[in-house]
Design a protein around this ligand. Structure first.
Ligand SMILES: [Zn+2]
Length: 256
């Protein structure tokens, strides 16, 4: 059997035996796949040091549809993304993004979602320190959008009515409805009232072509909470999202 060669990002890795690792990969051509890398922990392993969390490479996967765990034959490293380890904020945002991808992406090809993931990781590697938080929020919305959970921000999420692009009062955002609501639509689910400036920032954060808004600590926290609630709602309440919670709480910032 010939291996499938596909670009892949390591979303999770753990030691499986004395010499082997099991990894969960976001692959561009096969979606999320679990694979065993036999001998990865041996000295002079064919995987070298590339099979690390958030690194990207070309995976050689011996892939069978019927198997839960594929066999990884090799991983040609393209980018270790060492820049993500420069500070905790970058790393926390990146691991939250990896977790969202891992939990919400299908085991089926979805190249736009893969590209949104790598674009987000690249942005988190690259942006200046004061832009890490908005870049992380944008990356999360980008991955959600590419996975089919794009929030409705210019039309009412319930009835599709067009809303004012420059509202003069708070805009109601419903996580359960998947976006903003017009005057006519009511919901029993909780809504977040976004002041006009916060609404403009949200639209900019969700639009990769817009300049990245600068957010102070309080507004960055509000945007983190909003996207995290969106993930939780659409992922389902079951199961834990440790990386997302860590990114949300920022314990490292509180301690400094
Ligand atoms: Zn409506």
């Amino acid at each position: 059997m010939a291996p499938v060669l596909t670009r892949a990002v390591v979303l999770q890795t753990w030691r499986y035996s004395e010499t082997s690792k099991v990894v969960r990969l976001a692959t561009r051509d096969l979606g999320v796949q679990g694979a065993i890398a036999k001998g990865a922990l041996r000295p002079r392993s064919p995987f070298g040091a590339g099979l690390e969390l958030l690194s990207e490479g070309v995976a050689h996967l011996y892939h069978r549809e019927t198997r839960d765990l594929q066999t990884l034959g090799a991983f040609d490293l393209l980018d270790l993304r060492r820049g993500l380890a420069r500070d905790v904020a970058r790393f926390a945002g990146a691991t939250a993004l990896a977790e969202i991808f891992l939990r919400m992406a299908p085991a089926a090809p979805l190249p736009p979602a893969y590209d949104a993931l790598t674009a987000g990781l690249d942005a988190l590697t690259r942006v200046p320190a004061d832009a890490v938080e908005p870049a992380a929020v944008r990356a999360a919305w980008g991955v959600l959008g590419a996975l089919g959970f794009e929030p409705s921000l210019v039309r009412c999420a319930r009835d599709g009515a067009a809303l004012a692009t420059e509202p003069d009062g708070p805009v109601r955002f419903s996580v359960a409805e998947g976006g903003i609501l017009c005057e006519r639509c009511t919901t029993t689910a909780p809504v977040t009232r976004l002041p006009p400036a916060a609404y403009r920032d949200l639209c900019a954060l969700a639009d990769p072509g817009a300049p990245l808004p600068s957010l102070d600590d309080a507004h960055a926290a509000a945007h983190r909470r909003l996207v995290a609630r969106f993930v939780r709602h659409h992922f389902g309440e079951s199961g834990s999202l440790h990386a997302l919670d860590f990114w949300l709480r920022r314990p490292w910032a509180a301690a400094s």
